[in-house]
Design a protein around this ligand. Structure first.
Ligand SMILES: Cc1cc2nc3c(=O)[nH]c(=O)nc-3n(C[C@H](O)[C@H](O)[C@H](O)COP(=O)(O)OP(=O)(O)OC[C@H]3O[C@@H](n4cnc5c(N)ncnc54)[C@H](O)[C@@H]3O)c2cc1C
Ligand code: SF4
Length: 324
């Protein structure tokens, strides 16, 4: 690991000052420190956010929705009974994410901004396209875990379990930098790397995520999260799906279906969601929506199984929204 300077400010304004002078934000360190140990990130300075109390914790005010600080440990989202009452999908999505140790250290902001898990990307000696090289080694190489949808030059997949669950509830994020504050849809944080734009996230330089917000209207949705893994624990999703909808007298409104592990960004197909508006989510409707979600899939040599898996997970997730 390269030598670096370290600061742990208590105020956001001080953290922004360090970021402006080139420091990289450190939260739980479960992704960033691994990248540094492997020589994939070489920051000259780190600014540790864990001293900023205002970024930690969550609150739910009736009528005002849910606010989750970016520095909140994942384990808190998973274990809090009151948070589970407000948004049950969070516990469902996080219970099989990483390990309890990683969920204790890892934070919400860090989870949203974690880098992809492509094994060529994670190998220090391989300079693939995303790392500034000429070609993607996964396209013609070992691509069992890679994208079946929406990829351009890079076929890595969106790895987070938390992200699809939050997007299914139309979550927004708040950001701050020296230029001021802004809000954006969480879905817009994720970028498909292409052409000269070789990045995974739309975070601006020296910008911090401060919180995630979910509106009261979205919290009225019923949701579920399903994850297929190689092993029963400590595995990233081969395919995951978050599905949510407002269910009134057995009829679905505001349907959201978000796939993880299949594309460089969390994958939505608005036509599939709209096709279920006013539906009773019977088996035929759910199967049709699942087919629409996977239309246009272009599997690579080793990952055709993801098409079948994703289609079935979508069907099951949607059906479960109207199960007793
Ligand atoms: C073995 C292993 C298995 C895993 N399995 C899963 C899994 O199954 N599912 C899953 O979802 N995840 C999984 N993860 C990923 C894990 O959840 C993330 O590493 C963790 O959430 C990152 O959070 P952190 O606080 O440690 O981030 P850090 O490592 O501290 O930071 C990650 C990135 O986010 C940036 N950052 C952090 N906070 C902010 C902020 N507030 N504003 C701006 N930038 C910020 C950092 O600069 C860095 O670039 C796994 C990780 C490991 C190592
Ligand atoms: S999928 Fe992306 S990260 Fe992996 S080798 Fe190809 S360009 Fe690199």
């Amino acid at each position: 690991m390269n030598a670096f300077s370290y600061a742990r400010p208590r105020a956001i304004a001080d953290a922004l000052r360090y970021l402006r002078s080139g420091a990289v934000a450190l939260a739980g360190g479960t992704d960033l420190l691994g990248l540094m140990k492997d020589g994939l990130a070489t920051p000259a300075a780190l600014v540790d956010l864990t001293g900023i109390e205002g970024l930690r914790g969550w609150s739910h005010q009736r009528g005002k929705g849910l606010r989750i600080g970016a520095l909140t440990p994942l384990v808190e989202l998973e274990t809090s009974d009151s948070l589970t009452r407000a948004m049950p999908i969070l516990r469902e999505a996080l219970k099989d994410a990483a390990t309890v140790q990683l969920r204790t250290m890892g934070t919400v902001g860090g989870n949203l901004l974690q880098r992809n898990r492509c094994w060529y990307f994670r190998d220090e000696g391989t300079v693939c396209w995303l790392k500034g090289g000429k070609r993607c080694f996964a396209v013609d190489g070992e691509n069992r875990h890679h994208a079946i949808l929406g990829a351009d030059e890079c076929v890595m997949v969106s790895p987070s379990d938390l992200v699809p669950a939050l997007i299914a509830y139309d979550a927004e994020i708040s950001l701050v930098s020296a230029r001021g504050q802004r809000r954006m849809k969480l879905a817009d944080l994720f970028v498909t790397p292409k052409a000269k734009d070789r990045r995974e996230h739309a975070l601006r330089p020296a910008e911090l995520i401060t919180e995630v917000r979910v509106s009261e209207a979205s919290l009225a949705r019923k949701g579920t999260y399903l994850k297929a893994m190689d092993r029963k624990a400590w595995s990233f999703a081969l395919v995951s799906v978050a599905a949510a909808a407002k269910i009134e007298r057995g009829i679905a409104r505001d349907v959201r279906i978000v796939l993880g592990g299949v594309a460089p960004v969390p994958w939505r197909v608005v036509a599939a969601e709209k096709g279920l508006e006013g539906s009773a989510l019977d088996d035929a409707a759910c199967t049709d929506a699942a087919d629409r979600m996977l239309a246009g899939a272009t599997p690579l040599r080793d990952n055709g199984y993801k098409v079948t898996l994703a289609r079935e997970l979508v069907r099951r997730a949607l059906r479960s929204l109207v199960a007793a």
